[in-house]
Design a binder for this molecule. Structure first.
Ligand code: NAP
Ligand code: MG
Length: 453
């Protein structure tokens, strides 16, 4: 028997709707249906698969406002962000709709015949999505997986299943056959674990915490199951004294407080060269105090609430025994609100400096030399993203080559474009998503030699 649970609006703490969660038996049934749908989907002609994905993108486009409203209510995302996120699903589908006709193999010179390679789909791919970016992270998994000829089972986070459920319906409306994209709401310990243990699921694409990611990798080892991991981060924003300080200080709050800091790419450590430290902080304070932390449904909102009461408790726990330099605003009353908070870190052993807070908290520390900045930036088990602000081109190059992280930006805090690769060094992950090569990560390369006599 299925049970259901209540999804809350994080801005108010009030119920939004009830969602049924899949049992183990239901999960097995849906995985088996996805496995049954695979051979026909694999054999759809490339141009036809492309056309269906473009149609899916068009249907998502017609529902951007509806999906955005749903995300504002379910995840507390600002309306502006939520519209971007729904548009990202459309754009990622359009981008990978060009992949089916371009899954090229190679012809390799050999004696006595012909040698060719094929990129063959894996079968059923399991995508496990966290609550922080429910729509984009789902799309980054399912769009290239479907384009490469796989069928997909998708588990949204229990806290944020509503947009995924709707996207699953839109896929059918667009003409994708039954079983090609199946959304399976439910618990990580039931549905998510079953993706790992069910032999018909040939790859798991996981985004979430490093602790659960390690467990999934260990579980996948049992069947030598393919796995992609996008895990946590503790990224550094390195500001040199020669930088455009106005630009750096105006951008820094958005590089960490966007999505209320619940972003694996958040630049949650700021390293500022000592001679510019005080001036930078003064300017950043003006920017933080001006941030509009208001009802996320208001089109002017720049930051909303945290996802849950539990997340608020975790985040505020990091603020005990630290020196707060200044904070921005946040509404009073119900909902899981925490104001943007800037902490002066005194020691690299402090939890607020070392651990992924996943909330609107940033720790600032001064440095003297380029060498020291690099050593501090790399003194972490994570390696997802980071920024470098400087006007010195040589330094920008040296430091971007020196930071051990997968996604860096110079004089900018952007991390993610769907047409460039995204993923982590060290314990921030394994494998890459997005970019031109993503469909290959959902295939096996097969080599065939054909004798000519
Ligand atoms: P999480 O527990 O790792 O959850 C991520 C996804 O994995 C959810 O869909 C979750 O399902 C599922 N899951 C949980 N346990 C599982 C298991 N044993 N097997 C298979 N799937 C499982 O992350 P969280 O609890 O939501 O967040 C905790 C912390 O993780 C955050 O504070 C943050 O530090 C980090 N995080 C990082 C990212 C990122 O983008 N890198 C995203 C989210 C969170 P249920 O939610 O239904 O249990
Ligand atoms: Mg969890």
């Amino acid at each position: 028997m299925s049970t259901s649970y209540t999804v809350l609006n994080p801005a108010t703490g009030q119920p939004v709707t009830e969602v049924a969660e899949a049992t183990l038996e239901e999960t097995d049934l849906l995985i088996e249906r996805a496995a049954d749908a695979f051979p026909a989907w694999r054999d759809v002609a490339p141009g036809e698969r492309a056309r269906l994905l473009r149609r899916f993108a068009a249907v998502v486009d017609e529902h951007v406002d509806e999906l955005a409203d749903l995300e504002v209510r379910n995840a507390g995302h600002t309306l502006g962000n939520a519209r971007w996120e729904a548009g990202n699903v459309r754009d990622v589908l359009n981008y990978y709709s060009a992949a089916p006709e371009r899954l090229f193999g190679r012809q390799i010179p050999v004696a006595g015949g012909v040698d060719v390679t094929f990129h063959e789909p894996l079968g059923v791919v399991g995508v496990i999505v966290p609550w922080n970016f429910p729509m984009p992270i789902a799309g980054w998994g399912f769009a290239p997986a479907l384009a490469a000829g796989n069928t997909v089972v998708l588990k949204p986070a229990e806290l944020t299943p509503l947009t995924a459920i709707r996207i699953g319906e839109l896929a059918l409306e667009a003409g994708l056959p039954e079983g090609v994209l199946t959304v399976v709401p439910g618990k990580g310990s039931v549905v998510g674990e079953r993706f790992v243990t069910h032999p018909a699921v040939r790859k798991v694409c996981f985004t979430g915490s490093t602790a659960v990611g390690k467990r999934i990798m260990a579980g996948c080892a049992e069947q030598v199951k393919r796995v992609t991991l996008e895990l946590g981060g503790k990224s550094a924003n390195i500001v040199f004294a020669d930088a455009d300080l106005d630009k750096a200080a105006a951008a820094a709050p958005y590089a960490v407080f966007d999505n209320a800091g619940q972003d694996c790419c958040a630049r949650s450590r700021i390293l500022v060269q000592r001679s510019a430290h005080d001036e930078f902080l003064e300017r950043m304070e003006r920017a933080v105090r001006a941030m509009r932390v208001i009802d996320p449904a208001d089109p002017d909102s720049e930051m909303g609430p945290l996802i849950s009461a539990k997340q608020k408790e975790t985040v505020t726990g990091y603020l005990e025994d630290v020196e707060v330099a200044f904070t921005g605003d946040a509404p009073d009353g119900d909902g899981f609100w925490v104001p943007p908070t800037v902490v002066l870190a005194s020691d690299t052993a402090q939890p607020v400096w070392r651990e992924e807070v996943f909330g609107p908290v940033v720790a600032v520390m001064p440095f003297d030399t380029e060498e020291e900045a690099l050593a501090l930036a790399n003194d972490t088990e994570y390696g997802l993203s980071g920024s470098i602000y400087t006007r010195d081109l040589g330094r920008a190059l040296r430091v971007s080559r020196g930071v051990q992280a997968g996604n860096l930006s110079v004089n900018s805090h952007s991390s993610v474009r769907y047409w460039t690769p995204f993923g982590g060094f060290k314990q921030s992950g394994l494998g890459r998503e997005l970019g031109p090569d993503a469909p290959n990560a959902f295939t096996e390369e097969k080599n065939v030699f054909i004798a000519q006599d």
